[in-house]
Design a protein around this ligand. Structure first.
Ligand code: GH3
Ligand code: MG
Ligand code: MG
Ligand code: MG
Length: 300
C-alpha cells in the first residue's frame, strides 16, 4: 500500500523507506509538518502515515490534530515515531488521535508488524465503507430498472417542495403510467414485460434534463420531478416524454413492441405537500386514462 513517511531526519527516513519498500509498499516522503499536512489534504492522500514527533515548523502532534479535525469516513492510520521512553509524548499523541506509535531507534520486525496492523485496519475500514455504500444504494434504488425507488424519489420531491416554497422557480411532478401494460405481460410473458420496463425507463431518462429526477413508484408507474419549469415548460416536457414513448419502438427478446404512456401532472402550488402533489397527479392520471390514454393531463 502507499505509505507516507514524515520524518526530518535523513538517516531515519532512509531506513524506514528501505524497510517498507522491501516489504512491497509504495513509499512517499516528507520532511516537515507543513508539507506533510499539505500531502494529507490531497484527495488521493496515502492512508497510512508514519509521523515523526519532532519536525520543523508544525510538529507531529499538530499534524495529528489537523488530520483528526477533518470529518471523513476514510481517515488515515497514523503511526507516531517517538524517542524511546517518552511516555508523556506517547500519551499526548494517542490522545490527539494517533493509532499507534513506534519508538526510535525502531526494530525492523516491529515496524513491519505495526505497519501490517495498520494496513489491515485501513482495508477493513474501506470494506465497511463499501458495504455501507452498497446497502445505501440498494435501499434507494429499484433493482430492475436501477433508477430511484419510491422512497428515494419521494424524498427528492420533499426536498424540491421545500426549495420551491422558498424560491418559487416553478416545480412540476408527473406520474407516468404505461398503458395496458398487463397486456404486454399476458401476450409476451413477464420477462419481456421487464425488458419493456427497463427500456421505458431509459426512454424517460434520456428525455429529461440533468436536474430532473426519475423514480419508480409502483409496478409500471414512474414519478418525474421537474424543477425550474413554468406551466408551459411542464406541459412541453411531459408532452415530449409522451411522444417519445409512443414513437419509439422497443426491441425485446420477443421482437419489437410499441407502448404508450399516460401522464398526470401537478404543477406545484403554494401550500402543496407530498400527499397533495401525489394525489392531484394521480387524479390527473386517472382522467388521462379515462380520456383514452396516451395523453398528458394537468391536475385541476
Ligand atoms: P392501464 O392502462 O389502466 O394502466 O392498464 P395496465 O394494464 O397498465 O394497468 P394494471 O394496473 O391493470 O396492470 C399493471 C401490470 O403491471 C400488472 C402487473 O403484473 C404488471 N407489473 C407490475 N410490476 C411488474 C414488473 O416488475 N415486471 C413485469 N413484467 N410486470 C409488472
Ligand atoms: Mg524529527
Ligand atoms: Mg398501466
Ligand atoms: Mg398502474
Amino acid at each position: 500500500m502507499r505509505i507516507l513517511i514524515a520524518e526530518d531526519d535523513l538517516t531515519s527516513r532512509n531506513m524506514l523507506a528501505a524497510v517498507l519498500r522491501k516489504a512491497g509498499h509504495e513509499v512517499m516522503e516528507t520532511v516537515d509538518g507543513a508539507e506533510t499536512w499539505k500531502e494529507l489534504q490531497r484527495p488521493d492522500a496515502p492512508r497510512l502515515v508514519i509521523l515523526d514527533w519532532m519536525m520543523p515548523g508544525m510538529d507531529g502532534l499538530e499534524v495529528i490534530r489537523q488530520v483528526r479535525a477533518v470529518k471523513t469516513d476514510r481517515p488515515p492510520y497514523l503511526i507516531m515515531l517517538t524517542a524511546r521512553g517518552e511516555k508523556a509524548d506517547i500519551i499526548a499523541g494517542l490522545d490527539a488521535g494517533a493509532n499507534d506509535y513506534l519508538a526510535k531507534p525502531f526494530d525492523v520486525g516491529e515496524l513491519r508488524a505495526r505497519v501490517e496492523v495498520g494496513r489491515r485496519m485501513v482495508e477493513m475500514q474501506d470494506a465497511l465503507c463499501k458495504a455501507r455504500d452498497a446497502l445505501a444504494h440498494e435501499a434507494s434504488h429499484d433493482p430492475l430498472t436501477r433508477i430511484f425507488n419510491r422512497r428515494a424519489v419521494v424524498s427528492v420531491l420533499s426536498r424540491e417542495l421545500s426549495r420551491e416554497s422558498r424560491q418559487h422557480h416553478g416545480l412540476a411532478a408527473g406520474i407516468c403510467d404505461i398503458d395496458h401494460f398487463k397486456k404486454i405481460n399476458d401476450t409476451y410473458g413477464h420477462m419481456v414485460g421487464d425488458d419493456v420496463l427497463c427500456a421505458f425507463t431509459r426512454l424517460l431518462r434520456t428525455g429529461l434534463r440533468d436536474y430532473d429526477c426519475l423514480g419508480r413508484i409502483g409496478g409500471e408507474e414512474f414519478l418525474v420531478i421537474a424543477p425550474e419549469v413554468d406551466n408551459d415548460g411542464a406541459t412541453n416536457l411531459f408532452e415530449r416524454l409522451r411522444m417519445r414513448v409512443a414513437n419509439t419502438p422497443i426491441s425485446t427478446r420477443a421482437g419489437t413492441v410499441t407502448i404508450t404512456v399516460s401522464i398526470g401532472v401537478r404543477i406545484v402550488r403554494e401550500g402543496d405537500t407530498i400527499d397533495t402533489v401525489l394525489a392531484a397527479a394521480d387524479d390527473a392520471l386517472y382522467r388521462a386514462k379515462k380520456g383514452g390514454r396516451n395523453r398528458v393531463c394537468l391536475a385541476l
